[in-house]
Structure formats: structure tokens, C-alpha cells
Design a protein around this ligand. Structure first.
Ligand code: MN
Length: 129
């Protein structure tokens, strides 16, 4: 896996710590935002390879953040994975409809988390023709 820049938009400090630890352990760079507006600003500035988006955020929720990210032409192709503890039926569809490419449920499983998102990370350099 090549080194990727991952933007994590998550208001919970424990989840930020865990996700950052798991990704940095694999050599990725993680930039964190604690709110939707901060995440939008960082996304526009950094053009990350992947965005991990908490849905339950204070103020502007993850669905609104996803829609706003997709309104930025420069971020239209950036993979967005919703990470949510909502257990309600229809959340997955709602996240996809808002512009997310994937959906991971909390609690984060440290054994499988990186594998789950690896399909959305850039391929290793030289691995594809
Ligand atoms: Mn949250």
C-alpha cells in the first residue's frame, strides 16, 4: 500500500485516536477535523486521497458534509466512507445518497478496519499498468 493522506472528520476524541493510530501504523498520513465546517476547509485545502466521515457530528451532520464535499468539483472523485454508530435501517442508503462511496459501522474493529477501507485507498505505486 502506498502512503495515502486520509482526512478524518470525527468529533469523538477516542475514535480519532484509534483511527489515526491504525492508519499511521500502516504508513498513512492522517489529518483530523472535529467538525463538518473544519473538515470541508481541510478537504478543499489538502485534497486528501480518502475522507472518513463520521455521520453523527454536532451542528452540521455527516450527510450535509458529504453533500457539501460533492459540491466542490475538485473533490467529486475523492472516496468518502461514512463511519457511523447509527444502527437504524436506511442509514447506509442515506449515506450513499448523500455522496458517500462506502459505509463502516462503529464500533471500529481494529482487526479489520484498515482492510475494510483499503479498497478505497490508492493502489501501490507500480502495481497497475
Ligand atoms: Mn460523532
Amino acid at each position: 500500500m502506498s502512503r495515502a493522506t486520509v482526512l478524518l472528520i470525527e468529533d469523538n476524541a477516542e475514535n480519532r485516536y484509534l483511527v489515526t493510530f491504525l492508519l499511521e501504523q500502516r504508513g498513512h498520513e492522517v489529518v483530523s477535523a472535529e467538525s463538518g465546517p473544519e473538515g470541508l476547509e481541510l478537504a478543499a485545502r489538502l485534497a486528501p486521497d480518502l475522507i472518513l466521515l463520521d455521520i453523527q457530528l454536532p451542528g452540521m451532520d455527516g450527510y450535509d458534509v458529504a453533500r457539501a464535499l460533492r459540491r466542490n468539483a475538485a473533490l467529486r472523485e475523492t472516496p468518502i466512507i461514512a463511519v457511523t454508530s447509527y444502527a437504524m435501517a436506511g442509514d447506509r442508503e442515506k449515506a450513499l445518497a448523500a455522496g458517500c462511496d462506502g459505509y463502516i459501522e462503529k464500533p471500529i474493529d481494529s482487526e479489520t478496519f484498515v482492510a475494510e477501507i483499503s479498497a478505497y485507498l490508492p493502489a501501490p505505486a507500480g502495481a497497475t499498468p
